[in-house]
Write a protein that binds this ligand. Structure first.
Ligand SMILES: [Zn+2]
Length: 124
């Protein structure tokens, strides 16, 4: 998940946003992924659903989070899992933070339903 990590020390205490691996709970620096489960909608009659975003180091941690996604969002119910490199995710997120979907005359953004978000941050 993307989480705030508390930091003490000079020049002042602060909360630092970071990518925290959902498999090993360590900070992801460099090679990492964001991953999520989704059902593909068509923007019209089929609903597009997705899980919360999860974070993992590439490799063994990524495979563990993938297994957790498969358990919580089974393929038999139409779920597939997707992933993106953290660097590519950040580029898109930065762009989308200052460019409204409604101002994009070329694209169509589909509604989606978030499923599985929990109040304790743990996958259900
Ligand atoms: Zn990890």
């Amino acid at each position: 998940m993307i989480e705030y990590v508390a930091r003490s020390g000079p020049p002042e205490a602060m909360n630092c946003p970071a990518f925290i691996c959902d498999a090993c709970r360590q900070q992801v620096v460099g090679a990492g992924i964001v991953t999520w489960a989704t059902t593909i909608g068509d923007g019209r009659s089929r609903t597009h659903s997705q899980s919360p975003l999860y974070v993992a180091h590439k490799g063994e941690c990524g495979r563990k989070v993938e297994a957790m996604l498969h358990a919580g969002y089974p393929a038999s119910d139409g779920w597939i899992d997707l992933w993106d490199d953290i660097g590519d995710f950040l580029k898109q997120l930065t762009h989308n933070a200052t460019n409204a979907f409604t101002d994009d005359a070329d694209g169509e953004y589909h509604q989606h339903r978030l499923e599985g978000a929990s109040t304790n941050g743990r996958m259900q």
